[in-house]
Design a protein around this ligand. Structure first.
Ligand SMILES: *[C@@H]1O[C@H](CO)[C@@H](O)[C@H](O)[C@H]1NC(C)=O
Ligand SMILES: *[C@@H]1O[C@H](CO)[C@@H](O)[C@H](O)[C@H]1NC(C)=O
Ligand SMILES: *[C@@H]1O[C@H](CO)[C@@H](O)[C@H](O)[C@H]1NC(C)=O
Ligand SMILES: *[C@@H]1O[C@H](CO)[C@@H](O)[C@H](O)[C@H]1NC(C)=O
Ligand SMILES: *[C@@H]1O[C@H](CO)[C@@H](O)[C@H](O)[C@H]1NC(C)=O
Length: 375
């Protein structure tokens, strides 16, 4: 049997590659004299996707076509499955084109696929299959709790990608530079980016995000949003009732508490005394109905969390119903006094001007009278 020279062009092409363009590329490649030496086009497929491996035949004479995987195991022996792996399918076998597909591609499928004629061991084509693993949305880990006045240490992690994903921390549209570390885990990479930022109370609830970008995401980003939780000691403020308290009035105090974590318990107490029996306490509100002078005293609101404690006090003075009270709030009196003074001053000025004018008028009459008298 006379061996007929044939040539094989083995190609791996991405699925969405237009058939017309593919044919054109193949034709152009095979117009060159060293057609056999032309390296097949490499293909990159997403993990889990489907790769197409196409072998272009020229002057096919019916010889056996062998397709091998990167470990040089024969996948198909002239169209017949040789390796038991259902993910490989022979989809086309014509005298011009042999095409197989590989579904659910994994990183272990990477490497060069060989396409050759059994009669012609010297001529084969290799196409390199690369598998791309886009990152999942990264995760954020708090390495050090954020306490007011301290620093928070946050790590953004992308456990698996190929090639390595790029991580970037963002706050208010600005990038925060992080310390990046990268680990190679058998073909895929785990990447982390760690930032340390000083935190104040006002940073509580601030929005940060960690963005993972990757060539396979075509410009899009996988973003993890993170809200800063800044711990701080409580602040406490009693909102006092307006005006003065008289016997029979009811008193209502509200204790406004902040803190992170927000203190669960608010304690009301009376300094050097027990709380009155009629006091009604419900969390931040404290009420006494029908006040009497026995309720005079200093009342205290206290709150605490793991980061500190705080208190505020209110001094209650209960007056008799008819008592005339000089309140200590000097501001309204000063204002009223000022307005009165201004009013008095204005009236005096007007008076002075009026009197002066009338005196002048009378004076001019008097000076005219003698002149008239001369006629
Ligand atoms: C295909 O990939 C191999 C190995 O990565 C490389 O040596 C070769 O140049 C690539 N060929 C093309 C056409 O990109
Ligand atoms: C190989 O397969 C092709 C296509 O089915 C066929 O035409 C050819 O005769 C086969 N060659 C051998 C040697 O069996
Ligand atoms: C794809 O392959 C992975 C392992 O590489 C396997 O866990 C998964 O079940 C496969 N998926 C399908 C749809 O076959
Ligand atoms: C509480 O009692 C102590 C000692 O009797 C006294 O020194 C202090 O001034 C009192 N405090 C108030 C707010 O009355
Ligand atoms: C309560 O306070 C008012 C106002 O200072 C005072 O007139 C009154 O005597 C006080 N009563 C008692 C029992 O301390």
């Amino acid at each position: 049997m006379r061996p007929v020279r044939s040539s094989v062009l083995c190609r791996l092409l991405p699925t969405p590659f237009s058939p017309a363009l593919r044919s054109l590329v193949l034709v152009l490649l095979c117009l060159t004299p060293r057609c056999q030496a032309v390296q097949a086009e490499n293909v990159t497929v997403l993990e889990g996707g489907t790769a197409q491996i196409s072998c272009r035949l020229q002057n096919y004479d019916g010889s056996i076509v062998v397709i091998q995987n990167p470990r040089r195991q024969t996948l198909f022996f002239n169209g017949t499955r040789a390796l038991k792996d259902d993910r490989f399918q022979m989809v086309l076998f014509t005298p011009r084109l042999v095409r197989i597909t590989l579904t659910n591609v994994s990183v272990s499928d990477e490497g060069g696929y060989f396409c050759q004629l059994y009669t012609d061991a010297t001529h084969h084509q290799v196409a390199t299959l690369s598998v791309s693993v886009p990152p999942e949305t990264p995760t954020v880990e708090v390495k050090q709790e954020a306490v007011e006045g301290g620093e928070v240490e946050l790590s953004c992690m992308s456990p698996r990608s190929k090639p390595a994903a790029t991580l970037r921390w963002m706050r208010n549209g600005r990038a925060i530079p992080g310390v990046v570390s990268q680990q190679d885990n058998a073909k895929t990479f785990s990447v982390s980016s760690t930032i340390r930022i000083p935190v104040e109370r006002k940073d509580n609830g601030a929005a940060l995000s960690c963005e993972a970008s990757h060539p396979a995401l075509s410009g899009q980003k996988r973003i993890r949003h993170y809200r800063l939780d800044v711990y701080f000691a409580p602040t406490v403020r009693i909102v006092p009732p307006p005006g003065i308290m008289r016997e029979g009035d009811s008193l209502s105090l509200t204790c406004s508490v902040t803190g992170n974590p927000l203190p669960r318990n608010i304690q009301w107490s009376k300094i050097n005394d027990t709380l009155p029996e009629r006091a009604e306490i419900s969390g931040p509100t404290f009420q006494i109905s029908r006040l009497s002078q026995l309720h005079n005293g200093t009342y205290l609101c206290q709150a605490q969390n793991n980061f500190g404690r705080a208190a505020d006090h209110y001094t209650l003075l209960v007056y008799e119903p008819g008592a005339v009270v000089e309140t200590h709030s000097a501001v309204p009196y000063a204002v009223i006094g000022g307005v009165l003074a201004l009013l008095v001053f204005t009236v005096i000025c007007v008076l002075i001007v009026t009197i002066w004018c009338s005196v002048r008028q009378k004076g001019s009459y008097r000076t005219r009278e003698p002149i008239l008298a001369w006629y």
